[in-house]
Structure formats: C-alpha cells, structure tokens
Design a protein around this ligand. Structure first.
Ligand code: ADP
Ligand code: MG
Length: 378
C-alpha cells in the first residue's frame, strides 16, 4: 500500500482589502506582502497613540513581546488583489486530485470576525468561494473518470454552536458524538446522496440558511458557530472492485477574536466563551501536532473530535488564515498569524485510504428530495 512522507498541512495567509469602516478611520496598513510566501508584519510603534485609538489592549504590550517588525513565511501569501479563483487554482484544485487518489482532505478558514473567512469559503455570486469552485471541479473530475471508477457521493453539513452539534441540512440536533473503530461518528447523521455539483451546492445553500447567526459589535454578518461541510465519496474501481472511502471537508470556523472583544454579556458571552473553548482546543491540537507529540487532545471539544481525521494523521489539510491589513485589527492579525505559523510546523505521514474507513451505514437513508421537502415543511 503506498505510503509517503508528506507535508500534509499547507498554510496560506489571505490579506483582505480595507472595508468601509477601516477606510473612514485613521489607520494604516500593517501588513506588506513581500512575495508569494512572505509577509512583513509591521505595526508602527511610534504612532501608536495616533493609529491605535480604541485598541483592545495597550499596543506596546504586544510589540514588546514580538520585537516590532516580523517577517513571516507561509506556504503561500495571497494579497488583496488575489481572487477566490486564484486560491482555488493554487490551493484546493490539488486537493481534489488528492481526494480522488484516496486521501482525506480538508480546508479550513481561520481568522477573526470580519477577516474574510466566509468570503473565502462561500464568496458571493460575483465571486464564488472555494467551496463552490472546489465542488464544481470535483464533479468535473468525477465525470471524467466515470468509465473506470464508480463514485458514490454523499454530503453532510454540521454546525458546532456552543458545543452543540446540529445537522444543518435537516435542521435537527443536538447530535451526539461517539467513537468507534473508524473514528468519531456523529450519531443520527444521515448523508444525502448527491449526483451533481448543482445538487451539492443546493445542499450547501440550504444548510447556510439554517446557520446560527447573530450580529455582534464587530460585524453585523458575523457567525458565532463553526460550519463543517463534508463530502463523503466511495470510490469503486470498476476493474478490480476495490473500494475506498474518502472525505473532503470544508470548514468555516467561528471568529477567533476573544470573547472580551465582542463586549459579550449573557447568552452572547456564553457563545464567546464556548467558541474559545473549541478554538482553544483546536489550537492545542495544532501545537501538539506541530511539536510531533503522540497524544493529541482531540477529545477536548466537539469541534476537534469531529475534525480528528481532518487534522494531522491521514489527512491533507489546507488552512487559510484570513487577516485584514488595517492597523485597527492589529491584535487579531497578530494572533491569527501566530496561530497560522504554528500550524505550518505540522508534518505527519500520509496514507491512502483503501478499504479502511467505511461509509456510515446510514449512507443512503435520506434522499435529497426528502431533505428539501422536509425543509419546506419547517
Ligand atoms: P468573516 O466570515 O471572517 O467574519 P467575511 O468573509 O464575512 O468575514 O468578510 C467581511 C466583509 O469583508 C464582507 O463584507 C466581505 O464581502 C468582505 N471581504 C472579505 N474578504 C474580502 C476580499 N478578499 N475581497 C473583498 N472583500 C472581502
Ligand atoms: Mg463568516
């Protein structure tokens, strides 16, 4: 069975252009993209009073720790003029090939609220996001291989909100997680069989309409939940009848800013605290994987339990760290870059899935029309 040593996590940073609020306020750019893989993080110490009014903590506290200017290297740095299409071509199109060759793959977007995660993952009609472009490509490639291989495709879309796992396609939950020989199983989760990219994208839209969204001070469009869109594919070689099951996961993480920065109280505060718990657990897993440790604390949160086979281990992972270039968000930007550079250090061995992981037994329980009809009744 082929097995190779690989850099199985790629970390890209995406810098977004100024938004209207940033343009209206006194601020400057603290990020300079040097080339395709390096950036300079340069908060200007001298002008901190002027530029950093309203900052969440004294600016100097942070710069003291980080020695002012920092040059950082990643697998790829995307500047403000790079499009979703650019990210797709360079980062996720190769993952589609890997999936079809039997590797679990996942893409997740990380960053503070407003940094551009949803723009990157979902995009808009004018700028289709990575999920849209990747799914189109997946089905084009499936079509092209149809003579020699049979593909059974199923989709699930989960949300982790306050540690509750919800099924976004059927608007049901909370679902329980349990462990079995194949890893973590989401109890009661039905996959929906899919026959075209259009159907897959229809499910994506349906799930999105069920996401838990609350406006916060930071961004009226913000989502306080983690959304996990997973495509499960059973590949059967027509000649030999060899089967393998692979999974492509697209994860739009909740905002990584601290609970304190959303001025949360009551329910809102609890959301913030619990998002931190999940992201903290994710950060701990990343740190331990980066240090090459054996015990990885996946069990510490539901997000990391679900992502267990999507991080390290037998999986190729792309992390897109989204940041704004504005000095107004320097603290979030610094924290995101720090998080991303830890992730960059993860290196593990990769194995193809051959007859290893089973498709959940519930695979064909819910037909797409049933899901749609159920939702129309809601
Ligand atoms: P997040 O999901 O991280 O909270 P969003 O993706 O919703 O952030 O982005 C916040 C705002 O910035 C949105 O209005 C979005 O359209 C815009 N935006 C984000 N990234 C870009 C980009 N690369 N180019 C243009 N606009 C962007
Ligand atoms: Mg978002």
């Amino acid at each position: 069975m082929p097995s190779e040593q690989h850099t199985n996590i790629k970390v890209a940073v995406r810098v977004r252009p100024y938004n209207v609020r940033e343009l209206e306020q006194k601020q400057r750019s603290i990020i300079k993209v040097m080339d395709r893989s390096a950036l300079l993080f340069d908060p200007d110490e001298e002008d901190d009073e002027f530029f950093f009014q309203g900052a969440k903590q004294p600016y100097r506290d942070i710069t003291k720790r980080m020695n002012k200017k920092l040059t950082m290297e990643f697998d790829r740095v995307f500047d403000i003029d790079n499009s979703n299409q650019d990210l797709f071509e360079e980062c996720t199109a190769p993952l589609v090939d890997a999936v079809l060759n039997g590797y679990n793959c996942s893409v997740f977007v990380y960053g503070a609220t407003g940094a551009g995660k949803t723009f990157t993952m979902l995009g808009s009609e004018a700028h289709p996001g990575l999920t849209y472009l990747t799914m189109q490509d997946l089905f084009d490639k499936i079509q092209a291989q149809n003579d020699v291989r049979k593909f059974d495709v199923g989709v699930s879309y989960l949300e982790v909100y306050n540690e509750h796992v919800m099924n976004l396609l059927t608007k049901s939950g909370p679902l329980k997680l349990r462990e079995d020989n194949n890893g973590v199983v989401v109890s009661g989760l039905c996959l929906t069989p899919i026959y075209s990219a259009e159907e897959l994208l229809r499910m994506l839209m349906l799930g999105n309409s069920h996401r838990t969204q609350h406006p916060t001070d930071a961004n009226a469009e913000s989502s306080r939940s983690h959304a996990i869109f997973q495509v499960h594919i059973r590949i059967t070689e027509r000649k030999t009848d060899t089967k393998r099951t692979v999974k492509l996961s697209m994860i739009d993480l909740a905002g990584s800013e601290r609970a304190a920065s959303t001025k949360g109280i009551g329910v809102r505060f609890k959301e913030g605290a619990s998002i931190n718990k999940s992201l903290l657990a994710l950060g701990n897993c990343i740190n331990k994987l980066a240090d090459g440790l054996k015990h990885i604390p996946y069990r510490d949160s539901n997000l990391t339990r679900i992502l267990k086979d999507s991080l390290g281990g037998n999986c190729r992972t792309l992390m897109v760290a989204n940041v704004s270039m504005s000095s107004l968000t320097y603290e979030d930007t610094y924290n995101t870059l720090k998080y991303a550079s830890r992730a960059k250090k993860i290196r593990t061995t990769l194995k193809q899935n051959v007859l290893k992981s089973k498709m959940p037994t519930e695979f064909y329980v819910k037909k797409i029309d049933e899901v749609v009809a159920e939702n129309e009744r809601l």
